[in-house]
Design a protein around this ligand. Structure first.
Ligand SMILES: *Cc1c(COP(=O)(O)O)cnc(C)c1O
Length: 402
């Protein structure tokens, strides 16, 4: 431990071209939330995801806030959201004074359960209180079962916002993740697959909606020769300097996806024979970006809890993390309605939280570092064989003899 460097879960990985675009911003003196890097980054992102347009923002959270506002979410409205996610998926609904309902995961994708969504929408329609939007999260780089979710949402006429903060570059049925709902959002936070140090984006095929997102992101200025405002707006545009980082990062996104998938493959190859663990599955006809390699430790097979595992890895100077604590378990959401995948069993998201762990997956991790992680995991998870136990006795016994 003393002489080994800490291995992080996922750290920023620059391509080398970032400085060039940042220099352009300095040379033109566009150190502002507008300028050619912003314009280009939006165009390039829209092209990459095959959307009509994109609006880049100061964070992924800001993009979700704008998406909800664009769909007309107001105080007292209802919004549905995946329960197994980072709090940033749900917080913007609270900013707008909306009331949340959480939808559990299903075991195949770990993402939103179509069954639970159907029950929740059915109940809401009986109460004539349908949600204004459904936020579907694609966790750890894997797409949710979008076909099934869209079919149900369409039946009730409710727009989907895809929180693709963790799944940029992933695909579902040969289409980029984040392009299935009415609006998709991405994050360029420091630990995401590509980063602008901080930032986000909103994408859509609806040009009117994109114009509205821009309007709201720039303080909702009316078309008047002076500063006139009729609606509440926000200051959410990405800066031209950071958009420069984004342009260079987008150029290497596919490489980053390949690298993260290769890292997953190596873990799988080296560790999948350990019966005590199960890796996150990849659903059919989809391509995860494997942002983080995640797995569950079977509590019936081993006594090592995820928390103990994390502690032991930490002692070896390796960062690991528990899976997201589901939102229905958060004190902040104590009184929030929640629909389980199966009414008669424990929530899937709660099972995953109790059993799961994320392991280092950064695209700049070396092979040597990955083997350090693998060796440590084997040491922690594989029960000591009889031979090893015997060997230990032989070693220890002299100390036991008085
Ligand atoms: C990172 C993340 C966000 C928020 O993005 P920021 O850019 O950090 O605001 C939203 N949802 C999910 C699922 C995330 O992982």
């Amino acid at each position: 431990m003393a002489n080994s460097e800490r291995i992080l879960l996922s750290s920023p990985h620059m391509s080398g071209n970032e400085q060039k675009y940042i220099q352009e911003a300095f040379d033109s003196n566009w150190i502002a939330p507008l300028g050619s890097n912003v314009t280009h980054f939006e165009k390039e992102l829209a092209q990459y995801t095959n959307n009509k347009g994109a609006s880049v923002t100061s964070s992924g959270t800001a993009a979700i806030h704008l998406a909800l506002a664009c769909l007309g979410v107001e105080k007292g409205d209802s919004v549905f959201c995946s329960s197994f996610t980072f709090v940033a998926s749900a917080n913007p609904a609270l900013y707008l004074g909306a009331e949340l309902t959480f939808i559990d995961s299903e075991p195949n994708s770990w993402n939103m359960s179509p069954q639970a969504l159907e029950r929740a929408l059915f109940d809401a329609s009986l109460e004539t209180r349908l949600p204004k939007a459904i936020i579907v999260v694609n966790l750890y780089g894997q797409s949710a079962d979008m076909d099934a979710l869209l079919a149900i949402a369409d039946l009730f006429g409710i727009p989907i916002i895809e929180d693709a903060a963790e799944s940029l570059g992933a695909e579902y049925k040969n289409k980029k993740s984040g392009t299935f709902g009415k609006i998709g959002i991405y994050s360029f936070n420091g630990n995401k697959i590509i980063t602008t140090s901080g930032g986000g984006a909103l994408v859509s095929d609806d040009e009117e909606l994109l114009a509205k997102a821009f309007f709201l992101a720039t303080q909702a200025k009316d078309a008047a020769p002076y500063y006139q405002h009729s609606l509440v707006g926000y200051n959410y545009r990405m800066s031209n300097v950071l958009a420069g980082i984004g342009r260079a990062q987008l150029e290497v996104l596919d490489e980053r996806v390949d690298k993260r998938r290769a890292i997953f493959q190596k873990y799988y190859q080296e560790l999948n024979s350990i019966e005590e663990i199960h890796f996150m599955p990849e659903i059919e006809q989809s391509k995860s970006n494997r942002w983080l390699t995640t797995l569950v430790i079977d509590p019936f097979m081993t006594k090592v809890t995820p928390f103990e595992f994390m502690d032991k890895m930490n002692q070896a100077n390796i960062e690991t993390r528990l899976l997201w604590k589901p939102l229905q378990m958060q004190p902040l959401f104590k009184h929030t309605k929640f629909y389980k995948h199966n009414e008669r069993t424990t929530a899937v998201s709660e099972m995953l939280f109790k059993m799961g762990i994320c392991i280092p997956s950064g695209s700049n991790m070396t092979e040597e570092e990955q083997f350090r992680v693998i060796d440590e995991m084997k040491r922690i998870l594989v029960p000591e064989s009889q031979v090893q136990l015997l060997w230990k006795k032989v070693q220890v016994s002299p100390l036991l003899v008085d």
